[in-house]
Write a protein that binds this ligand. Sequence first.
Ligand SMILES: CC(C)=CCC/C(C)=C/CC/C(C)=C/CC/C(C)=C/CC/C(C)=C/CC/C(C)=C/CC/C(C)=C/COP(=O)(O)OP(=O)(O)O
Ligand SMILES: O=P(O)(O)OC[C@@H](O)CO
Ligand SMILES: [Mg+2]
Length: 229
Amino acid sequence: MIDYSSWRHVFKLDPDKELDDAALEAVCESGTDAIMIGGTQGITYDNTLELMSRVRRHAVPAVLEISSLQAIVPGFDAYFIPLVLNAGDPDWIFAPHVKGLQAFGSYLHWEDIVSEGYLVVNPDAAVAKLTQAKPVADRDEAKAYMRVAAKICRLPTVYIEYSGVYGDPELVKACKSAAEGCHLFYGGGIRTPEQARNMAAVADTIVVGNIIYEDLQAALKTVDAVKRG
Ligand SMILES: CC(C)=CCC/C(C)=C/CC/C(C)=C/CC/C(C)=C/CC/C(C)=C/CC/C(C)=C/CC/C(C)=C/COP(=O)(O)OP(=O)(O)O
Ligand SMILES: O=P(O)(O)OC[C@@H](O)CO
Ligand SMILES: [Mg+2]
């Protein structure tokens, strides 16, 4: 079973985006705790397999955040399975999971599966549109979602997803105060060491994505900011 409890920093790589070998090596050897592969749009079996194989040249743990039944590739260290807490279309809460278990049930190693309560806070993110995410009214409501995930559903992890924009550290802090043993991931809009440090102060793990493709050197600086203070 993968031990994500000590992870402070994760890079999220998108199979639908280009990254040359030198950049990929820099990301994998950066000192980040893990590589998460995932995205909402353009995720296929082939592009996921290709990216996983390239990441596998390095020792860093590699996990898949599943967004499509058609792109579940064997060979990852663990599989993170999102359950969208504020999905407006309830089919995104359990329907693909039922299909997934029908398709893969007998091949499953449950110790490699990590359930992830997903709170989609940025209404403009692709995942918000896909799942018709209900707007999160305020910090109090975010905290209540967190309690539903941690205390009622007893999920092991929650992911506060702001994909594309930098979020509200006070909202994340409120969620953390209600997490009680549930591991809190934060992702969205981290572009500077200061943003990385600020979110790492309130979340258990920060996830850095788009900046890898926009400014690699800036992305690499977020690792040291979190891991070396
Ligand atoms: C052979 C083998 C290894 C067997 C093991 C198989 C296995 C692990 C089976 C699991 C069975 C199972 C329960 C499957 C569920 C499958 C599934 C499709 C679940 C649905 C997940 C879900 C709710 C997806 C909705 C979208 C979502 C929440 C995606 C998360 C990732 C995300 C938001 C990425 C960020 O995207 P973003 O950067 O904003 O978008 P772009 O793509 O535009 O960049
Ligand atoms: O791409 P960014 O905005 O860094 O967000 C990271 C991650 O939370 C996306 O799922
Ligand atoms: Mg993305």
